[in-house]
Design a protein around this ligand. Structure first.
Ligand SMILES: [Zn+2]
Length: 344
């Protein structure tokens, strides 16, 4: 899929009294929004699983002010001989970039520390005569989604929801054995981060108009370098994961990764009390910028998920899941699948 940018987006920052402080070209990663859009329409059967069309990022004009002011943006995918499909995204997606711009302005003394600012997003057409004038086109390899046919109901009847699964997200089923292994590995490595690669299958239920994922196993990242704060997957980890996938020989794919957060250890070094840990933002549903970077680099597809094992001192191990939700990595619900134990 090729991502094209017929418009250039910029942020205009205004100070407390409404003076315009400057306009800065937006730098952001648009691919998660494009990936999300593609999967959204593949789920509904409106885009082929091997959809190799072209996606464009377009402005949504602000109703009252009109062009060039935006109230959001649209990712539109056109496929040869097919109908165009599109998802709209809110202006709040630019908030992180606006905050970063404001910080830079404070450093440059263009904005006072603590001064309230507002921002607007503007878009201008890119010059058609300069199609390669720097980052206007991004191509991603986007291989076909390898989904076999299965009934969603046959999974739901033997699953227990964990958290609140949202209809906007694809259903993800995780084998209880994967969670048991992750828990055991986390306890064995208490104090340092540990993790693994999640593997399994994608399924399509044509009747329900849904694609869903089944996480069947985890491959421990034995060769990853774990520290108190960060787990990195080394090339040796990937070689081991590839070998394990081949050995299993079931046509499984990478569905994401899991890692532990040794919160009890982090809190020790910060000398947090037990009471403070209970409300600590690291104790549950915390996904760091590093965690997002791993996700983006290694598991960029919209169906990929990350599981975090929260190891705190005040309660048993808990699990959080994160995934691409409308183009942003957000905590999400999932289903735990009891293993079908074979009776001899
Ligand atoms: Zn983490």
């Amino acid at each position: 899929m090729t991502l094209t940018f017929p418009y250039r987006f910029a942020i205009a920052l205004f100070g407390e009294d409404g003076t315009e402080l400057g306009t800065i070209a937006v730098k952001r990663d648009w691919e998660p929004a494009a990936e999300w859009t593609r999967l959204r329409f593949q789920r509904r059967g409106e885009l082929a699983l091997d959809a190799n069309g072209s996606a464009s990022v377009l402005p949504l004009w602000e109703e009252l002010l009109g062009e060039p002011y935006c109230c959001g943006y649209r990712v539109q995918i056109t496929q040869p001989g097919g109908q165009a499909v599109a998802s709209d995204f809110p202006i709040t997606d630019f908030r992180d970039f606006a905050n970063a711009t404001a910080s830079a302005f404070v450093e440059q003394k263009r904005l006072r520390e603590g001064e309230v600012y507002t921002y607007m997003v503007v878009a201008h057409p890119t010059a058609p005569e300069a199609p390669d004038a720097g980052g206007l086109q991004v191509t991603n390899a986007s291989p076909r989604i390898p989904a076999g046919d299965a009934s969603l109901d046959s999974f739901l009847v033997r699953a227990t929801p964990h958290g609140a699964p949202d209809v906007l997200d694809i259903p993800v089923f995780v084998s209880s054995q994967v969670l048991e292994e992750a828990a055991a590995q986390t306890r064995a490595c208490q104090g340092t981060e540990t993790g693994g690669v999640l593997i399994g299958s994608l399924w399509r239920d044509r009747t329900a108009g849904e694609i869903f994922a089944e996480v069947k196993a985890q491959i421990p990242a034995e060769h990853a370098a774990g520290t108190k704060v960060r787990l990195t997957f080394t090339p040796t980890t990937w070689t081991a994961a590839e070998a394990a996938l081949r050995l299993r020989g079931r046509g499984e794919i990478y569905l994401g990764y899991w890692h532990s957060h040794p919160v009890r250890e982090w809190c020790k070094t910060r000398t947090c009390t037990l009471e403070a840990q209970k409300v600590c933002r690291f104790a549950k549903d915390f996904f760091s910028a590093d965690d997002e970077a791993v996700m983006r680099a290694a598991f960029p597809r919209a169906y990929c998920v990350a599981i975090v094992a929260n190891d705190t001192a005040f309660t048993d191990l808990t699990f959080s899941m994160f995934g691409n939700h409308q183009g942003m990595i957000r905590p999400r619900g999932f289903y735990i699948l009891e293993e079908q134990r074979n009776v001899a």
